[in-house]
Every structure is written in structure tokens, then in C-alpha cells.
Ligand binder design. Structure first.
Ligand SMILES: Cc1ncc(COP(=O)(O)O)c(C=O)c1O
Length: 418
């Protein structure tokens, strides 16, 4: 009898892999690919970093499933200590889960418990996950939502500043978006009914667009004024991806609640919610939980990941390689005006394809570049954005100068062939 795999997964490639090492993956047919997807911004320390592999192997021999309601284990507290040392000031208490969606949902539950309010505000282009509540919070593409209605209520959507245009246009977009948020607070969900404002400090799935500092500050001041929780979803933009541990660190912004996943454990399924103890203490015992959260192998992988990232050369590399990548893409944009914008912090970089001289998305050239890079140069990339017209560059954070050059050459060759 044949078993089948659900067709619901979309596939970027049909490559079957059997081994990963650093920035490279090896397929079962013996081909070697440079992986600029990192399994969607996950394998932060590279595929199978020896320290992470060893931590997982050692822990697997000790205990695989030390269920947190039945007993505790000896890695939960050390991980909380480490997380406290790298997260923004004020975040000192942690809840562990397994995926990004589970953590964003948990953050909403925590915000509701603390504020005793029912509603939340998210932004256009957001991606917070694919479970029902996270889907209701996700607006990057209708494809995630359609066919699944009704979605949970109490989610209000406000515009996100456009990353495109002149400095003046972008400043005007910030003003317009803050005005629109005030309108939402006056017309749809009053502050007294709003538990949280949730934002990705650099949007991921929505198109690798950093939220401007002035916009985030505007959100924080409204949250402070009205006792609304400011939640930073750093599932994709956290854990060194943007050259600091968290994207909010670029701006000195301190969220009330911080959501972490993806890069946290170098690929082992693990996520976490961080908040101040005074907030977490208001989460009634037993009102939230999960069978696998706080898994000891996940904790071991996260501890090893943090140890690797704490070496100052690690984040320095992210910053330097990010600059190399952005500079290289900007040079290409001069030659090929099909690249309409290059943006993003650290190694969370987008090249947005637009019809030259316009803001009209061009998904066709984006798809061509991605498939040309894969087929002709063995470099793996993915798109992002509502229109699918951005390449999101998200290599493992240990990527070196030569590997960035390989990817830039691949993009250059693809554009030359268009
Ligand atoms: C910002 C953000 N939040 C939440 C999620 C959901 O994470 P997961 O796919 O682990 O549920 C993602 C996944 O891409 C994400 O980028």
C-alpha cells in the first residue's frame, strides 16, 4: 500500500536533501546547494553546527521528554537566565512553546489576561502564523486565510508604513499610518477594549520591511498612554537575524511582550514568550500550557545556540555580511532598474522587484531570478511579500564573504539572462 503526503504544503523546490553543513545542503542526487533560505530563517548557526549537534546528542541520552507539568528539568532555569541576558531590559520571565504560531497565540492570551481586554491590533502585511488566531492576525496574503472563515474575532488591522519612495514619502507614510491607528482606536476598538498592539519590528513574510523607528515609537507611546501591551513578534527578525539580538535593539525599544522562535534553537522546534515577571505573574496558573513546551532537547539546542551567538564575532559577521549583501544588491540595482528597492537590517534583506520607475510589483522577474539561481547556480532562495515580488535573503548567520559573493553573482547572472 502507498501512503501519501498531504498536498497542502507549498514547495519552493522539489529537492530532497539528506545532509546540511553550515550554509550548504546536499541533495539525495548528490548536488550541493548554497542555502539562502535557512529553512525560512531558522538555521541561524548554520546547518548542523557541531556545538548544537553535540548538545542535542548529549541531552537525548539523558532525557527526551521531561514534561513540564509532570516534573521540571535542569535546563529550563539556565535557559531563562540566558534569555534574560540577551533580551531587552525588563524582559526577565519566560514561557516555552514549540512554534512561532503557538508563541504569538500565547502572547495574545497573556495580554488578554493582564489587561482584561478582548481586542488586539495588527498591521497590513503581518504574518503571525497559521493556527486560527494567528491566521486572523495574518494579513500578508489572502491565501493563508481564504477558505478558513470564520476566523476568531477581536482582531483589528491598521496600515504599515510603506518602505518605498523618497525620504519625504516614507515620512509621510509614517504620519498617515499613525493617524490611521488613532482612527482605528477611535472608530473600531477603543483603547479600553484593546489588549495589545502586535507588530513584527521587521516584517518577514510581508516583504522584509523594517518598521521605521518613529512609527514604533508612536505605537509605544500610544500603548503607554492607554495601558495597551506592546508585543514585538520577533519570531523571524530575532536571534541575531538583523545584526543585533533583536530588531527592537536597533531602536532601544522595550516591548512588554517579546515573541521568539525560528533561530532560537538552530532548527530544533522551540519558541518562547518573554515578559516582565510582574506581567507573567498575572497569567493564572493552568490557564495556558502544552505537552511539549520546554522540551529538554530544545532547551539544550537553544542554550548551545545562545552560547555561539554570544561570541562578539557572531553578530559582527551578521552586520558585515549584511552590508556586503546590501551594497552588492544596490550595485546590481544601478545596472538593472528592475530592482526597485533594497532594504533590511543585518541578514534580513529584501530585493524588491518593481516595474522600472514605478511602484508596481513585478513578481515575474522575481520568480525568474529565484529559479535561475537554483537551476544555473545551485543557490536556493525564496520570495516574500503580498505580491511575491521580493527576494528575501536570509542565509545562515555564519555565512562568509565568499558565500555572499556567490549569491550576488547568481542574482547578477539571472538578471543578465532575463
Ligand atoms: C513573524 C512570524 N511570526 C510567527 C510565525 C509563525 O511561526 P511558525 O511557522 O513556527 O508557527 C512566523 C513564521 O514564519 C513569522 O515569520
Amino acid at each position: 500500500m502507498t501512503g501519501y503526503l498531504s498536498p497542502v504544503w507549498f514547495h519552493v523546490t522539489d529537492i530532497q536533501v539528506e545532509k546540511g553543513e553550515g550554509c550548504w545542503v546536499y541533495s539525495t542526487d548528490g548536488t550541493k546547494y548554497l542555502d539562502f533560505t535557512s529553512g525560512i530563517a531558522v538555521t541561524s548557526t548554520g546547518h548542523c553546527h557541531p556545538k548544537v549537534v553535540k548538545a542535542i546528542q548529549d541531552q537525548a541520552q539523558q532525557f527526551i521528554h521531561a514534561q513540564v507539568n509532570c516534573y521540571t528539568h535542569n535546563l529550563m532555569q539556565p535557559l531563562a537566565d540566558e534569555l534574560e541576558s540577551i533580551t531587552p531590559e525588563g524582559i526577565d520571565t519566560f514561557y516555552y512553546a514549540n512554534s512561532g504560531a503557538e508563541a504569538t497565540e500565547g502572547a495574545v492570551k497573556l495580554a488578554k489576561q493582564v489587561t482584561k481586554r478582548p481586542n488586539i491590533i495588527v498591521f497590513n502585511g503581518s504574518f503571525h502564523g497559521r493556527t486560527h488566531m494567528a491566521m486572523a492576525m495574518t494579513t500578508s496574503k489572502t491565501g493563508y486565510r481564504s477558505g478558513h472563515a470564520p476566523l476568531p474575532s477581536g482582531v483589528y488591522i491598521s496600515p504599515f508604513p510603506s518602505p518605498l519612495g523618497s525620504d519625504q514619502e516614507r515620512e509621510e507614510s509614517i504620519d498617515a499610518c499613525l493617524a490611521q491607528l488613532d482612527y482605528v482606536l477611535n472608530s473600531q476598538t477603543s483603547p479600553a477594549e484593546t489588549a495589545a498592539i502586535i507588530i513584527e519590528p521587521e516584517q518577514g513574510e510581508g516583504g522584509y520591511a523594517p518598521a521605521p523607528k518613529r512609527f514604533l515609537e508612536g505605537l509605544v507611546s500610544r500603548c503607554k498612554e492607554h495601558g495597551i501591551m506592546f508585543v514585538a513578534d520577533e519570531v523571524q527578525s530575532g536571534f541575531g537575524r538583523t545584526g543585533k539580538f533583536f530588531t527592537v535593539d536597533h531602536y532601544g525599544i522595550k516591548p512588554d511582550i517579546l515573541v521568539m522562535a525560528k533561530g532560537i534553537a538552530s532548527g530544533f522546534p522551540f519558541s518562547a514568550i518573554g515578559a516582565n515577571k510582574s506581567l507573567m505573574d498575572q497569567w493564572p496558573v493552568g490557564s495556558h500550557g502544552g505537552t511539549y513546551g520546554g522540551n529538554p532537547i530544545g532547551c539544550a539546542a537553544a542554550l548551545a545556540t545562545i552560547e555561539i551567538m554570544k561570541d562578539p564575532s557572531f553578530l559582527e559577521n551578521v552586520q558585515q555580511r549584511g552590508e556586503q549583501l546590501r551594497n552588492g544588491l544596490r550595485e546590481l540595482a544601478e545596472k538593472y532598474p528592475l530592482i526597485g528597492d533594497v532594504r533590511g537590517y543585518g541578514l534580513m534583506v529584501a530585493a524588491e522587484f518593481l516595474e522600472p520607475g514605478t511602484k508596481k510589483p513585478d513578481a515575474k522577474v522575481c520568480a525568474h531570478v529565484i529559479s535561475h539561481c537554483r537551476e544555473q547556480s545551485n543557490v536556493l532562495m525564496m520570495n516574500a511579500g503580498t505580491w511575491g515580488n521580493n527576494i528575501r535573503f536570509m542565509p545562515p548567520l555564519v555565512v562568509n564573504e565568499e558565500e555572499i559573493s556567490i549569491a550576488l553573482n547568481a542574482v547578477s547572472n539571472a538578471l543578465a539572462a532575463y
